[in-house]
Ligand binder design. Structure first.
Ligand code: ACO
Length: 435
């Protein structure tokens, strides 16, 4: 008869332990009973970078990295991107079910009415240098919102928690647009209640002196699709930060600022900006083979390629590639697309990339679309942070409502000095610093 347990024999002592398997996993706390003697701390799992450690039980996003599957609350990303609006998907991610027409109207209204920023946000932004990076401005401004909404710390009060979640989702595009306008020295544009989430965002970004800026519907829809694709991605680096900071019961504004900081790194959301820099560096289609050889020889990484979880084509990259064609039909083809396509073609045939299962990820093509739409590369990660705020908040709330969760506090394997005693100053001999 099948038994849902794992038997471990400790060859140091000859003792055997039977450990329960739940949902295919063991609890690493069950390893602690495996000891050499009563004083021994017990066995831990050592897993730098969490390659094989589940930190939570989650109902939000499902990924099968080998098959290239991504689902939010059970719905395939392809169907959501094709048939939903971003705010509809946001509702789904946050609440577990798609909204009814009435619920959707109420939700869209609610988010729309919270887009305004407190006026002090402007003077806060004025403190940044003219050439400050928009992502860093966004991170700081999100954290600063915590000084405006003092109720944010009441995270266990459902109504207050939900209100601040709505504030964050509604105000992220407004803050992003302000940061962008600041970097260009342009006046800030107030939100317009008559516009959709992405139309309003584009207006706040791009409106100049025309009486009415009208976002191109194809471009507004493309941005909406990109927002859907970026809304959540289970326990990635920034979500792990959101949960980790959230586990100390910090307020959602500072948690989101921390998560956005993690996102800004070039190995995570910052990769889309790096892809554009890389394509600029390559310059022409003819230079692609030499560039690939350089990567294989250890000269850096092919940005926008590879993923911790996907060992197959990233399903988001496939949808983005299709969306790119629609955007280019309006804006004209981004000349860098030819270089990107050639990179992908060669990489997908090359033994180095095939063996390591390196495929284009979400960041490989998104930058090309953003650039064609008129965004500067510095804005690309900001465009990632806006929709991902929904995922961060859903995961943060799930953590708060999970009775198994506690403050996140990993263990370490100490490999430093054993106890030693202080020598006098004159007796100290230093090895060169940085040995
Ligand atoms: N180009 C070249 N080689 C690569 C790349 C790449 N983009 N990615 C991984 N490799 C190689 C590694 O050097 C390693 O080779 P080795 O076995 O010879 O040492 C092997 O593939 C395995 O890679 P790891 O670094 O172990 O993979 P890991 O899961 O830790 O990293 C990551 C995933 C960070 C995404 C990595 O693939 C990478 O740096 N990619 C480029 C940056 C990027 O596009 N990031 C965006 C990811 S998507 C997102 O966060 C939104």
């Amino acid at each position: 008869m099948e038994k849902n347990t794992l038997t471990i024999t400790d060859n140091r002592t000859g003792k055997s332990y039977e450990i329960p398997i739940t949902d295919g996993n063991i609890r690493t706390m069950d390893l602690r009973q495996i000891k050499l003697n009563a004083d021994d701390f017990g066995v831990m799992g050592y897993d730098p970078a969490f390659l094989n450690t589940a930190s939570c039980r989650s109902k939000i996003t499902y990924i099968d990295g080998d098959k290239g599957i991504l689902q939010y609350r059970g719905y395939p990303i392809e169907e959501l991107a094709e048939r939903c609006s971003f705010l509809e998907v946001a509702y789904l991610i946050l609440n577990g079910e798609l909204p009814t027409p009435k619920e959707l109207d109420a939700w869209v209204d609610l988010v729309t009415h919270h887009r305004m920023l407190h006026e002090t946000t402007k003077s806060f932004l004025e403190g940044f240098r003219y050439d400050a990076h928009p992502m860093t401005m966004l991170i700081s401004t999100v954290a600063a919102l915590s000084t405006v909404y003092h109720d944010a710390r009441h995270i266990h009060d459902t109504e207050t928690r939900r209100l601040n979640m709505v504030r964050l989702i509604a105000k992220m595009p407004s803050m992003a647009a302000y940061a962008y306008r600041h970097s260009l020295g342009f006046p800030y544009i107030y939100p317009d209640d008559l516009l959709t989430y992405t139309e309003n965002f584009m207006t706040m970004l791009f409106k100049m002196v025309e009486p009415k800026y009208v976002a191109h519907p194809v471009l507004a829809r493309a941005l909406d699709i990109l927002f859907i694709l970026h809304a959540d991605h289970e326990q990635n680096c920034s979500t792990n930060v959101m949960r980790s900071v959230g586990s100390s019961l910090a307020d959602p504004f500072v948690c989101t600022a921390a998560a956005a900081s993690a996102l800004s790194g070039p190995l995570h959301g910052g990769a889309n900006e790096e892809v554009l820099k890389m394509l600029d560096e390559i310059g022409t289609k003819a230079s692609v083979p030499a560039f690939i050889e350089g990567i294989k020889a250890g000269k850096g990484k092919l940005m926008g390629f590879g993923h911790r979880v996907y060992k197959n084509y990233d399903p988001r990259a496939r949808i983005i590639k299709r969306t790119a064609e629609e955007v280019f039909s309006v804006t004209g083809r981004n000349p860098k697309l030819d270089i990107a396509l050639e990179l992908e073609r060669i990489a997908l045939e090359d033994e180095y990339f095939v063996k390591r299962k390196l495929y284009p990820n979400v960041d490989f093509y998104s930058g090309l679309i953003y650039q064609a739409m008129g965004f500067k590369p510095e804005m690309f990660t900001v465009l990632f942070a806006i929709p991902r705020t929904v995922g961060w908040l859903a995961q943060w709330e799930e953590l708060l409502l999970d009775s198994e969760q506690k403050i996140a506090r990993p263990r370490q394997v100490f490999v430093g000095h054993a106890l030693r005693h202080l020598p006098e100053v004159k007796e100290r001999e230093h090895a060169p610093v940085g040995r």
